[in-house]
Design a binder for this molecule. Structure first.
Ligand SMILES: NC(=O)c1ccc[n+]([C@@H]2O[C@H](COP(=O)([O-])OP(=O)(O)OC[C@H]3O[C@@H](n4cnc5c(N)ncnc54)[C@H](O)[C@@H]3O)[C@@H](O)[C@H]2O)c1
Ligand SMILES: O=c1ccn([C@@H]2O[C@H](COP(=O)(O)OP(=O)(O)O[C@H]3O[C@H](CO)[C@@H](O)[C@H](O)[C@H]3O)[C@@H](O)[C@H]2O)c(=O)[nH]1
Length: 464
């Protein structure tokens, strides 16, 4: 079967970029991305393509090329479902905040709503693709809902987890390490559905890089990949603390171990802690699944990755307070960067949120600058924690339009996100504008200690 019409439910950080690339590379396929969020769809349709709701290097160019040709954004979910022969579900699957599994399990209510909507609307056979990250065996529940509609429509369910990282989404999608497709390998119809999706990716991905597995392996591989990546960050962060007390340097240790080809150099960058919408959520989900099967040692093993990450964020904030003579009350602390990594406007689970919250609890005056994150988002992130009233957050935190403005009259600077632009700031003039002693805490190992110390900063970097 040849796919002609694709619908993607969910126009977020995954649905938007992945569908833009499919449309760019497959001009004969009509791709419609739908969402219930009207504002988000309006932004995807903004005539000024720079206003699309997600900042990713290179994405606006891809959207400009395909939008209106074979890429469409719409709020008419029913119409797009009805017209499609393949439907990607790319809605959010956040950690549950209520009931059974609260704080650990993935909340699948949005997924289930999609399945029920597809079941209600579909009048022709569909291939339904899980693009969202889901607990292993979710496809079983989806199939149950879809097969019990009684309207005679046949559904094939595939798992096609997404491995793009934010900030590099376009290049990751153009050149994926692998595309993973899980499906029913035991039936002719299952194999046909898999091949239909393989053919979509084969527009630009070589067949050797398209891996087909059974559905459960595919679902579990996504959680496993994130667990392994996050585990590397927590491992290097755990050692960064040991470096700080022994005189070893984490950058040198990373390099030395990463040159072992069995270990490899990637994902060994010590930091103030990993953030993002995926790592914590997916590991907690893995821990919950292991626990629900009674595998407590397995659950404890993976939970330690999160415990270490929370410790890293807390100890960075605690170090700052301790260095500033054990009090930051009434002191102005500049935070450079709010996004969870560079080249994205996404702030979900960013270490900055937790470090700021810690400092606000110590009554600091926090002044934030991030090149891509709005004041509205920063305040919303803090309000969401519920630590203090919205009014207090607005009194204690200030958001400014430049790094220089954030640092003016500051007692200390906390460098939180590794934006390239922070490397080339005029640190001499920033030093001049700060209160003395001028403290600088590099949570990303972005800056050169020697240069900063020569300027006069009291300099602290994670891991040395
Ligand atoms: N963000 C990433 O880098 C990334 C990478 C790989 C996988 N994932 C996974 O992909 C999934 C989506 O993540 P995201 O970051 O794109 O989330 P997101 O929150 O940015 O986007 C999800 C979108 O789905 C929409 N939505 C929810 N329910 C809907 C419904 N019933 N009908 C129509 N629209 C609906 C929301 O309005 C939202 O715009 C998650 O499972 C996530 O774990 C994310
Ligand atoms: O050596 C490193 C590498 C990363 N990080 C931090 O780890 C977090 C996550 O970074 P990254 O993995 O690059 O970005 P994500 O967009 O969260 O991507 C991850 O999560 C996605 C969602 O599931 C997956 O698709 C990707 O493959 C996986 O890399 C960020 O805060 C980074 O700053 C470090 O601290 N040190």
């Amino acid at each position: 079967m040849k796919v002609k019409n694709i619908c993607c439910i969910g126009a977020g950080y995954v649905g938007g970029p992945t569908m833009a690339i499919i449309a760019q590379k497959s001009p004969e396929i009509t791709v419609t991305v739908v969402d219930i969020n009207e504002q988000r769809i309006a932004a995807w349709n903004d005539p000024d393509v720079e206003q699309i709701p997600i900042y990713e290097p290179g994405l606006s160019e891809v959207v400009a090329e395909a939008r209106g040709r074979n890429l469409f954004f719409s709020t008419d979910v029913d119409a797009a479902i009805d017209a499609a022969d393949m439907i990607f579900i790319s809605v959010n699957t956040p950690t549950k905040t209520y009931g059974m599994g609260k704080g650990m399990a993935a909340d699948l209510k949005y997924i289930e709503l999609c399945a029920r909507q597809i079941a209600r609307v579909a009048t022709t056979d569909k291939i339904v693709v899980e693009k969202s990250t889901l607990p292993v065996r979710t496809a079983e529940a989806l199939k149950n809902i879809l097969d019990n509609t009684g309207n005679g429509v046949n559904f094939q369910i595939l798992s096609n987890p997404e491995f793009l990282a934010e900030g590099t989404a376009v290049s990751d999608l153009h050149k994926p390490d692998r595309v993973l497709i899980g499906g029913d390998l035991d039936t002719e119809a299952g194999r046909e559905a898999i091949q239909a999706l393989v053919a979509v990716y084969a527009h630009w991905v070589t067949k050797d890089n398209i891996l087909t597995t059974n559905v459960w392996s595919s679902e579990l591989s996504k959680l496993t990949a994130n667990a392994f990546l996050a585990q590397r960050v927590s491992s290097i962060n755990a050692l960064s603390e040991l470096c700080e007390v022994t005189g070893a340097d984490i950058q040198e240790v990373s390099k030395a171990i990463g040159m072992d080809s069995r270990i490899g150099p990637k994902f060994l960058q010590a930091s103030v802690g990993f953030g993002g919408s995926c790592f914590q959520k997916d590991i907690l989900n893995l821990v919950y699944i292991a626990k629900s099967f009674g595998l407590h040692e397995v659950a404890d093993y993976w939970e330690q990755v999160i415990i270490m990450n929370d410790h890293q964020k807390r100890r960075f904030a605690a170090k700052l307070v301790k260095t500033l003579y054990n009090t930051v009350s009434g002191k102005r602390i500049a935070m450079l960067g709010w996004a969870f990594k560079k080249d994205t406007n996404d702030t979900r689970e960013s270490a900055s949120i937790y470090v700021a919250d810690y400092l606000l609890n110590e009554q600091a005056m926090v002044v934030v600058y991030d090149p891509k994150v709005t004041q509205e988002q920063i305040l919303a992130d803090l309000d969401y924690l519920g630590t203090r009233s919205e009014a207090e957050n607005r009194t204690l935190i200030k958001v400014v339009n430049s790094a220089e403005a954030a640092c003016e009259q500051a007692h200390a600077v906390a460098l939180m996100t590794e934006w390239d632009a922070f490397k080339s700031l005029d640190w001499n003039s920033i030093y001049d504008q700060m209160l003395k002693p001028a403290f600088l805490f590099d949570g990303r190992r972005l800056l050169d200690r020697k240069v900063l110390e020569e300027i006069g900063f009291d300099f602290y970097a994670i891991g040395s």
